[in-house]
Design a protein around this ligand. Sequence first.
Ligand SMILES: NC(=O)c1ccc[n+]([C@@H]2O[C@H](COP(=O)([O-])OP(=O)(O)OC[C@H]3O[C@@H](n4cnc5c(N)ncnc54)[C@H](OP(=O)(O)O)[C@@H]3O)[C@@H](O)[C@H]2O)c1
Length: 248
Amino acid sequence: MADISSGIPVGSKVALITGGSRGMGLAMVKRFQKDGYRVATCATSLENAQKSGADFAFACDVSKRDQVKAGIAAVIQALGRLDVLVNNAGLAGTNQLDPSDDDSFWEQIIDVNLNGSYYMAKYALPHLPDRSGRIIHIASVLALKGVPDQTAYCAAKHGVLGFTRALAHFTAPRGITVNVICPGWTRTDMAFQRFGELGMTEESLKSGVPLGRFIEPEEIAAAVAYLASDAASGITGQSLTIDGGVLA
Ligand SMILES: NC(=O)c1ccc[n+]([C@@H]2O[C@H](COP(=O)([O-])OP(=O)(O)OC[C@H]3O[C@@H](n4cnc5c(N)ncnc54)[C@H](OP(=O)(O)O)[C@@H]3O)[C@@H](O)[C@H]2O)c1
């Protein structure tokens, strides 16, 4: 059997998880620390990022190229290496499609969700080790279907899926894998804000989920941990939907 071990002990690996202050990102920080990684994270402020308890926390608006570039350099300086990048930071919201001249919300949603993942990947890639480097994107079921009031978010997350597939080909010669997780309703601030926008409750929305429940952030973190592991070294360019069966 081919040797799929990276030969690098988990204890010396470093994972950078964007948006680790709360929600899924926080669950990922905890999971990766439990698995033995040293973990870096960022959020929109240093105070927020430090709430994660990560080994290295920094402020970084992922939609700003210069902040991402400086943030990756700071991670390398603080922790010495980078093995796993998880592009988790995201922003959702209803955007209007009307003939006004204000496109700022559309641009912000594309900037944070799509351009942020691109900037992070671009500046992380030179540091990721050949054969064992990993990039994992967090998209959404809205990378796979559309809804009428979130055209920007759907476009951005479909873009993340396309970026994943193309980047997987780009990094394959180095043995670096790139995959994407597409969560459905997951119990975080983002989901609860969306219930408010829809004027619905968790209870009523759960009835549309075949498993009859929402996903816990820790379940997303477990899938990310698997994709980061040596066991997943043959998986690249793939999307994994975790939605309780909604899209089945
Ligand atoms: N929850 C769901 O049902 C669901 C479903 C499908 C996909 N997703 C996706 O899953 C990922 C995690 O979402 P979540 O539910 O955990 O969201 P959340 O609870 O709203 O947390 C969002 C995280 O992203 C950070 N963030 C937001 N904008 C940022 C920016 N410009 N620069 C850096 N960090 C930024 C936030 O930092 P601050 O604390 O500083 O604001 C926070 O840490 C997102 O990509 C989201 O689109 C969520």
